[in-house]
Design a protein around this ligand. Structure first.
Ligand SMILES: Nc1nc2c(ncn2[C@@H]2O[C@H](COP(=O)(O)OP(=O)(O)OP(=O)(O)O)[C@@H](O)[C@H]2O)c(=O)[nH]1
Length: 193
């Protein structure tokens, strides 16, 4: 209960002082986007129907709009999210940290996003999800395979204003166990302007 309230508090404080924020949840299918969206609304857990491709889901909390899209061979989805949001305030990129076979695909999609002109300087929170599973990759392993070993900008309060450096960090989490993503969102919120 405390964790849930704390997490909601982070989002509520963002909603209070911002007029509007648009946050994209992106990643390959099966990464946990739908589960995270559901968690943000009602903390209800469960198995969700795998959504149809190209898939998108949306929810609003106050003035914050969250929208999730699957990437990976879904050129249509990419076009749709680009059309949908003229401006995105933050990206949450989810990776299944147990699915090593798809790390290369996850990296390819992430690289494409990081070099996308419409997302220049948009903060990126990378969530390595499913760490409750025994064979999950460690944070260092995930950073390595996503090519982020040297490009993350630091956890905690790192002032990047005036530097032209995009805030980028990796946080490991288990959405079903309600672990780790709150810290990630707390980090991200400081950069949502
Ligand atoms: N063990 C574990 N399973 C998780 C976790 N988060 C999500 N899952 C499971 O992973 C599967 C995919 O989760 P979704 O939320 O549907 O993933 P998605 O990114 O929305 O992918 P699609 O539904 O395919 O579009 C589901 O069976 C979830 O229950 C987690 O933290 N730990």
């Amino acid at each position: 209960m405390f964790l849930v309230d704390w997490f909601r508090g982070i989002l509520a404080s963002l909603a209070v002082w911002r007029k509007e924020a648009k946050i994209l949840f992106l990643g390959l299918d099966n990464g946990g986007k739908t589960t995270l969206l559901r968690m943000l609304t009602d903390e209800s857990l469960g198995q969700y129907q795998r959504t149809q491709h190209p898939t998108s889901e949306e929810l609003s909390i106050g003035n914050i709009k969250f929208k999730a899209f699957d990437l990976g061979g879904h050129a249509i989805a990419r076009r749709v999210w680009k059309d949908y949001y003229a401006q995105v305030h933050a990206v949450v990129y989810l990776v299944d940290s147990c699915d090593r076979e798809r790390f290369a695909e996850a990296k390819k999609e992430l690289d494409a996003l990081l070099s996308d002109d419409s997302l220049t300087n948009v903060p990126f929170l990378i969530l390595g999800n499913k760490i409750d599973i025994l064979n999950a990759a460690s944070e260092n392993e995930l950073r390595y395979f996503l090519g982020l070993a040297d490009s993350t900008t630091g956890k905690g309060q790192v002032n990047l204003e005036g530097t032209n450096v995009r805030p980028l960090e990796v946080f490991m989490c288990s959405i079903v166990r309600k672990m780790g993503y709150g810290e990630g969102f707390q980090w991200l919120c400081q950069y949502i302007k």
